[in-house]
Design a protein around this ligand. Structure first.
Ligand code: SF4
Length: 226
């Protein structure tokens, strides 16, 4: 593990964080930085958006390999792609960073916040925020929405002293700073992570990839997402 170059502070000085993970490349430097700062991430792999299932398994296995190499807990969320498809119905032709992606983030981060609550973990963040392909604003909007949704009711009009604080807090750390992007590339090489070439859902794949069921072919001819 490289020498710590990045000091990070968790909201409320919590020592355990629920880290939603999308893939090993995006997780790599974030997890390392957390560990080096004395933070224990409980890694939650919750990505029902990924298509096909074989691709989901490959990405999950890479996350598991990395977590286990560091002795960290990784939890597998449900893969219910049909439910995810239903949730994004009507948004299929949206471009990346559009309405479908915001909905996708909300689905995954709500489940992450719910899982954190079930474990008594008070802070949630995501590795999605490290990807230059995604909108940080959308990710933070979805994360705040997910934590607020745990309160269970709209608090507008409630007397200020009685407004409930969400039981789980969204941590909007900018994971693209502090040398983490450079470190990410080093770890990807070190571990030889799988080279994924599209975001995850079928709507982010090229036509050629969509008509193939081979993960190796799915990756062909597309820009690397690492
Ligand atoms: S492009 Fe990526 S973030 Fe957007 S809906 Fe598809 S899987 Fe989700």
């Amino acid at each position: 593990m490289a020498k710590n170059r990045n000091i990070i502070h968790v909201p409320m000085e919590e020592k355990t964080v629920l880290l939603h993970t999308c893939c090993a490349p995006c997780s790599s430097a974030i997890i390392e930085a957390m560990v080096q700062n004395g933070i224990t991430p409980v890694i939650y792999y919750c990505n029902p958006n990924i298509y096909p299932y074989e691709e989901y398994q490959i990405r999950k296995n890479e996350c598991t390999r990395y977590a286990e190499s560091l002795g960290l807990e990784i939890v597998d969320g449900d893969y219910d792609h049909d439910v995810w498809l239903e949730a994004v119905r009507g948004l299929e032709s949206e471009p990346e960073r559009g309405g479908r992606c915001l909905r996708c983030f909300k689905i995954r981060l709500l489940r992450s916040a719910q899982y954190a609550l079930s474990r008594g973990i008070r802070v949630v963040t995501t590795t999605l925020a490290s990807s230059r392909w995604k909108s940080l604003d959308q990710i933070n909007e979805a994360g705040r929405w997910a934590c607020a949704a745990l309160v269970g009711e709209n608090q507008l009009g409630v007397e200020p002293s009685k407004v409930l604080v969400p039981p789980v807090i969204w941590w909007d750390q900018n994971w693209r700073k502090g040398g983490l992007q450079e470190r990410r590339l080093q770890i990807i090489k070190e571990y030889g992570f799988y080279n994924q070439r599209y975001c995850g859902c079928e709507f982010s794949m090229s036509h050629d990839a969509l008509t193939s069921t081979e993960p190796s072919l799915i990756s062909s001819g597309m820009d690397s997402r690492e």
